[in-house]
Design a protein around this ligand. Structure first.
Ligand code: FAD
Length: 365
């Protein structure tokens, strides 16, 4: 599964280091940060300044949380000292800022298991089977992990991940098959163009005439339709066609009520992603209205050693702003240092003047 350093966060190729037995050994970590949104990224920075290394896990395939997933091209106007900053630009700047600390990024995997261990440490495991033995945990999970929007017709449950796919994990398996792709955004169009040369047949179904995808991709798709290489239908999914327990296709309903029966072995659905609190709700941490309650000194949850920053937490006066999360990350870092190394004397150092921070940042004195 992808484990990359922040320095090459845009690549997702390196594998988890297997133990000699072939199974992944738990990774011993000072801190594990759950969520690589802006607050999780800045947490890595604040920990790094204090000499604490972190692993960062996110269910998305890329860092940046809501900024990257929901509004990458929108300008943000309330980041201190940056009068205007694109949301993706902010993520890129944060990635640049945390490079010196070489945090390991584990992308495309949700943290699904959490349990306190003896000795005040924590067990964590991801959906990809990566396990951690962590000294401290920071939950920077925002609104929750992003999950694909499901197709929402009867009888799909048993076929999801098989004949019905929301994420393509093995494109080779789709070669020579009849495919129906649903959606009008970049994922739907990118996969349409990618799979078209290899599919036995391909129909793209979108609920309306306009597409959200990049105009160049839409134009290429329309050329393929005009050339008779694929079909495009304006319609909504209506009902599955199954025989002998296997998906044979899908009925879709056009705006004028006409039904079309589309034969297909695979239905590829790209209706976007939506955040869901998910497994975090079951970890025994105190919650208030789906947010983790924390104090405002350490941003610690009801379990000592487990901290929560950013949109996921709540306390009197909480404002779900990036700048609030940055402040929370700074204070949580000091609390984490104290949690991990209670004997260590704490004192505030300025990045302008501290030789030890310069060394950590790789800045020459
Ligand atoms: C359209 C829009 C515009 C906005 N404009 C502004 C603005 O101008 N200024 C401002 O300050 N704020 C703005 N915000 C709010 C801002 O984006 C959020 O406050 C910020 O993203 C919160 O950051 P975060 O790191 O706490 O969480 P998020 O950005 O939500 O990131 C959390 C990450 O955690 C991951 N995650 C969750 N659960 C798990 C799990 N179990 N395992 C692995 N990964 C997990 C998610 O996949 C996600 O990537 C805006 C929000 C939206 C939607």
């Amino acid at each position: 599964m992808p484990a990359v350093t922040v320095a090459d966060a845009k690549a997702t190729a390196l594998s988890e280091i297997p133990s000699p037995s072939g199974a992944s050994a738990p990774i011993t970590a000072e801190a594990v940060v759950i969520g690589a949104g802006p607050c999780g990224l800045f947490q890595v920075f604040e920990l790094g300044l204090l000499g604490i290394s972190a692993h960062l896990v996110d269910s998305l395939q890329h860092p940046g949380g809501q900024c990257a997933e929901l509004y990458p091209d929108k300008p943000i106007y309330d980041i201190p000292a940056l009068p205007v900053c694109g949301a993706q630009e902010l993520v890129d700047r944060l990635l640049e800022q945390i490079k010196p600390f070489k945090a390991q990024l584990h992308l495309g995997q949700e943290v699904v298991e959490f349990a306190p261990r003896d000795g005040g440490r924590f067990h964590l495991a991801t959906s990809a089977g990566v396990r951690f033995d962590a000294g401290a945990v920071v939950i920077a999970a925002g609104l929750g992990s992003f999950q694909p929007r499901r197709i929402g017709i009867e009888g799909v449950a048993g076929f999801e991940g098989g004949a019905i796919q929301y994420r393509i994990r093995n494109a080779a398996e789709l070669a020579g098959k009849n495919l129906v792709i649903f959606g009008g955004g970049d994922s739907a169009l990118d996969w349409t163009l990618e799979l078209l040369p290899r599919a036995a047949s391909l129909t793209l179904v979108h609920r309306r005439h306009e597409f959200r995808a990049a105009p160049a991709s839409v134009a290429r798709m329309q050329q393929a339709v005009a050339a008779g290489r694929m079909r495009l239908l304006e319609a909504l999914p209506h009902s599955l066609i199954t025989t002998d327990g296997a998906v044979r296709g899908i009925n879709v309903r056009a705006p004028d009520g006409t039904m079309h029966a589309l034969a297909a072995e695979r239905l590829l659905v790209f209706f976007g992603l939506h955040p869901k609190l998910g497994p975090i709700a079951d970890w025994g941490l105190a919650l208030e209205k789906k947010a983790l309650t924390v104090d405002t000194e350490k941003f610690q949850t009801s379990v000592p050693g487990v901290f929560a920053i950013g949109d996921i937490n709540t306390y009197p006066g909480k404002k779900k702003l990036i700048l609030s999360g940055f402040h929370e990350a700074a204070l949580a870092a000091f609390a984490i240092q104290h949690h991990l190394y209670p004997q260590k004397k704490q004192f505030l150092q300025y990045t302008t003047t501290s030789p030890v921070m310069h060394q950590r940042l790789g800045v020459p004195d």
